[in-house]
Design a protein around this ligand. Structure first.
Ligand SMILES: CC(C)(COP(=O)(O)OP(=O)(O)OC[C@H]1O[C@@H](n2cnc3c(N)ncnc32)[C@H](O)[C@@H]1OP(=O)(O)O)[C@@H](O)C(=O)NCCC(=O)NCCS
Length: 457
């Protein structure tokens, strides 16, 4: 049994229509059939499970959501078609909310199937944070052939989910009632965003995740509706989010680029998005970097730099059609260096002025079943602002710094001004796209170089 979307559009009371079969606990979201295929899969050794997943991927037998606009046009969006988002194919010229804020907001949480309950996660509790890490590490995105898996640390999740003014109500979990196991999660964090000429208080939606055994049971729409309700209760009606699938309707789409820092290791782990036809010797030579940075006055950011970075960043972000509006506490939260989470460097001139900023965050992955390597570290570009140093030179130094800190690869989306240095610095384009979305806001499409917002997931 699973939720049907119409169960959730019943004029606000969200009551679950009674099923003839009485299903309890986790079985409410369990696949129907004589034998649970997941139990069958679980009984196999992990290596065998991976082989099966790889084969499914190869033959495209796995269910998948649209990755392109063309596929999206053939897909029926049972849930998203009920939501205040622009329709696919609409030529949007207007700017503004799709629905007003005058409707009543339901008081009660959306109904879950029997055996499941909502839980607002208190992420200041280390045990709960550990549970969230486990859910995400075992169930969040994997590379297509299931050999490299994202590995979230509690420090990283604190950074991503607990910025200033965050609301614990927006850390929304679903548990199995009997054993309290966390099986679903979605979060929102407050964010002021500038879209074209409008500054709007909204939320960033992050880390939507459903346990693998409960997939394709329509749990995601319930999580999204419940989070929307909780956000509405605080008087906010817009959200910004990203996804690698095409939903109605992307505001912009960008591509991921990557720059090997440790080509030997990337080749050894068969890094899936590395499509360079090179042997090891050539790859080592091609990707070689100087040992030391070149920019005079380049140093790690300190708290005292924040008031001087703020105007620099705001002026830079004003150039784009979609960008965050940051207060000083928010800037300190997002940029101040934290070990294994976020690195920010500034360039200080002889006169003490700050002219440039470059920041990148850490994305850690686990390498599964490899005889030598267990983990991979990627540095992902957050912001780069250059007013004194040439942008390509500054980014070249960022690569050197990342390599010296033990990162294996540097990644960046082709948003903002990034396209101007990606090829020059030997980044290669990957096959991974990322789409930007706004909830309950319509405005014309923008190209990636008009996007000034990066949302760490
Ligand atoms: C994303 C995820 C929660 C979706 O769960 P699921 O069990 O596959 O899907 P469900 O049956 O619960 O719901 C399907 C609906 O959710 C929508 N959906 C799926 N992924 C979505 C996403 N990332 N963002 C928004 N909506 C999404 C689908 O489009 C579908 O709605 P539709 O009928 O309008 O097309 C699940 O696949 C997951 O946990 N994946 C790993 C983590 C991840 O990739 N998170 C998203 C990061 S952007």
């Amino acid at each position: 049994m699973s939720f049907r979307d119409e169960d959730l559009t019943d004029g606000g009371n969200g009551s679950l229509k009674k099923s003839k079969k009485k299903l309890k606990g986790e079985s409410a979201w369990r696949p129907e059939g004589p034998r649970d295929p997941f139990a069958l899969l679980d009984s196999l050794p992990e290596k065998k499970q991976q082989e099966i997943q790889r084969a499914l991927h190869l033959f495209s037998l796995g269910t998948s959501l649209p990755k392109t606009l063309r596929e999206a046009k053939k897909h029926t969006y049972r849930f998203w078609d009920t939501q205040p988002v622009p329709k696919l194919g609409d030529n949007v010229t207007a700017h503004g909310p799709i629905v007003g804020s005058e409707g009543s907001i339901r008081d009660e949480p959306y109904t879950l199937p029997p055996g499941f309950s909502w839980d607002t996660l208190d992420l200041t509790n280390p045990c709960i944070m550990k549970e969230l890490c486990s859910l995400l590490n075992e169930n969040y995105m994997e590379d297509d052939d299931n050999t490299i898996r994202l590995d979230f640390s509690s420090e990283y999740l604190q950074w991503v989910l607990q910025p200033p003014d965050c609301q614990s109500q927006w850390h929304c979990g679903v548990r199995v009632q009997t054993n309290k196991k966390l099986v679903g999660f979605v979060a929102a964090v407050p964010a002021d965003v500038r879209v074209y000429e409008t500054e709007k208080q909204m939320v960033h939606v992050r880390l939507l995740c459903v346990h693998k055994k409960l997939r394709q049971k329509r749990m995601a729409p319930v999580l999204i509706r419940e989070l929307t309700r909780r956000v509405n209760l605080r008087g906010l009606y817009q959200a910004v989010y990203t996804a690698d699938i095409v939903l109605p309707t992307p505001l912009s789409s960008c591509r991921l680029w990557h720059r090997p820092l440790n080509p030997r290791k990337l080749m050894e782990v068969n890094y899936p998005r590395l499509r360079q036809n090179m042997n090891l010797q050539r790859a080592l030579k091609f990707n070689r970097l100087p040992e030391v940075t070149n920019t005079k006055g380049l140093r790690p950011m300190t708290k005292e730099d924040a008031p001087r970075i703020l105007p620099l960043l705001q002026e830079h972000l004003c150039k784009f059609k979609l960008s965050p509006v940051l207060s000083q506490p928010q800037l300190e939260h997002w940029l101040l260096p934290r070990e294994n989470v976020i690195d920010t460097y500034v360039v200080e001139g002889d006169d003490g002025s700050l002219t440039d900023v470059v920041s990148f965050y850490t994305v850690t992955s686990r390498v599964l079943n490899h005889p030598v390597h267990t983990g991979l570290r990627a540095a992902h570009l957050l912001y780069v602002i250059s007013t004194g140093t040439e942008l390509t030179d500054l980014m070249g130094d960022a690569l050197i710094l990342a390599k010296s800190k033990g990162f294996d690869i540097f990644t960046a989306f082709d948003v903002m001004d990034n396209a101007s240095f990606l090829e020059k610095l030997k980044f290669a384009v990957s096959d991974k796209s990322l789409h930007y979305y706004l909830y309950n806001w319509t405005c014309p499409w923008m190209s990636p170089d008009e996007v000034g917002l990066v949302l760490p997931s």
